[in-house]
Design a protein around this ligand. Sequence first.
Ligand code: WT7
Length: 634
Amino acid sequence: MLKDTSVLLDERRIFKPNYELVEEAHVKNWEAELEKGKDLEKYWAEKSEQFEWFKPWDKVLDESNKPFYKWFVNGKINLAYNAVDRWISTDKRNQVAILYVNERGEEKKLTYFELYREVNKMANALKNLGIKKGETVSMYLPMCPELLISMLACNKIGAMHSVVYSGLSVGAFVERMNDAKAKVLITADGTYRRGKIINLKNIVDEAVLQCPTIETIVVVNHTGSDIEVSDLSGREIFYDRLIEGESDECEAEEMDAEDPLFILYTSGSTGKPKGVLHTTAGYMVGVATTLKYVFDIHDGDLWWCTADIGWITGHSYVIYAPLLLGTTTLVYEGAPDFPDPGAWWNIVEKYGVTKFYTAPTAIRHLMRFGEKYPQIYNLSSLKVLGSVGEPINPEAWMWFYKNIGKEKTPIMDTWWQTETGMHLISPLPVANLKPGSATLPLPGIDADVVDEKGNSVPLGKGGYLVIKKPWPAMFRTLYEDEERFVNVYWKEFPQGFYRAGDMARKDEDGYYWIQGRSDDVLKIAGHRVGTSEVESSFVSHSAVAEAAVIGKSDPIKGQVIKAFLILREGYELNTSLIEDLKKHVRYELGPVAVLGEIEQVDKLPKTRSGKIMRRILRAQEEGEELGDTSTLEE
Ligand code: WT7
């Protein structure tokens, strides 16, 4: 049903750029731009000029203490000032900055001037709650204007935010909250999803019992539920009440280029989630530049990135990059297929979206409902499409290209990560495209595919994806864990390359084909789910003695979880236990952890040192050769 054999048979088909688009594009000559980007420091120095600095930097890049790189040394700047304040003295003052739309068809528009005042009020309110420069504010919010406002308010006063995706549940929430040690948590009563209201406050109530650092909980009354002031505990306050009477003026804090900006947690294959730390100026330069060039943003664009703000895609490309460019960002709350599978295309038509950025899993999901839905709507406003989160299979690429882009609109397949902060491998609209390939590293980025020793592999061969030179929006460390930062990312290759954790292949034209993770991290609907997090949630169930999980291919989600469990004495894997285990994992981790199958086993393959060899389980599952088993226990 999903097969488009013309593509599968001829994956090497090349799609030429749309010349009308190229004529007005920022970059008209890809090769020339790539050439310019080879002088990395000069290239990024130039890009830093788009911002207003309180004090200019002295040095573009400081490499004296690898891998602790510093960008734009000694520069002073403020993100919120550049994303909001800067525009209110221009003719963008009354332009819509945030266009919030939800699945019920409700909308809310905030102009740059309105956003400015809201951010200032919240910034002042946070100060009154005792938040100081360098401290962390946590957020567990749906896609609502208050989330963007709160994040910008943190930037304005120099506080860090730590946003936890509202699709994560109690266990995942507690772990992230306690690692970041925030005093203030901002949350909401609920969120709209597929015609229902998901109660977030219940999850928070339960989770915060285990979060000792939280002193104040700010509650956005988002869905207009019937919670009243009298329902709130002594440390809880409604958002509206909190900002009431606050001044709508607030001086932007002068931040050092390298001052921390935010923490965002992501999963690894072992241990607790990693608190990826981003800093100020380099991040600003990286995200704004990539959005501008990859999606060719101009005045008058209506930008829509469908990612949730709780992930890096949302941080970088729903909120920060578009506002730093002074464009209008559409923020959508709801499901892609509610009230029907034409919901997104309806929004594109209704508002005239020009640039649209989504994930392969969403495309595959919407493909199932056929061409009928996109055909109902006029999608002619679209000029550039984008994809992110996992490799996009050529069939999904072709469907997107034909049915949404009408064969006129190029698809930017952007490869990047929570850690990279910004796109690193991606075409520009001027590029020749091959469905399924992220094409080439962007100008100013030095990436490669290498063998175990770090030597470049010949064209046509596969290997490990590495980034050889620092880039401005790179993460600077893992929060309070420098050792892990160095060990996980920078130790593997003696040359000091950044190890991305992905396998890739370069074809005969040097185009990159990303082949998936080289570690045990799962990609479920484009979300990174750590095997160890899932395993420990299984083991926290009274029936489970030991657990190992692997990814199993799924036509829509990319991967789902397959779990191998050793049960405790007296338990057997019947339907009621399976249901209970599913509920338990969902409670601990949230709906991101999609369980495919559970299998009961007596033993798990382990190394002699006791590490689970998931590779063996995967090979067994796919009916493949077991490979090297010399370290296997027995
Ligand atoms: C991992 C990073 C960066 C935003 C969303 C995910 C995979 C991401 C692509 C792409 C092939 C991709 C990689 C990467 N990935 N984009 N265009 N083609 N794979 O961020 O959760 O940090 O995950 O997502 O495996 O390592 P993340």
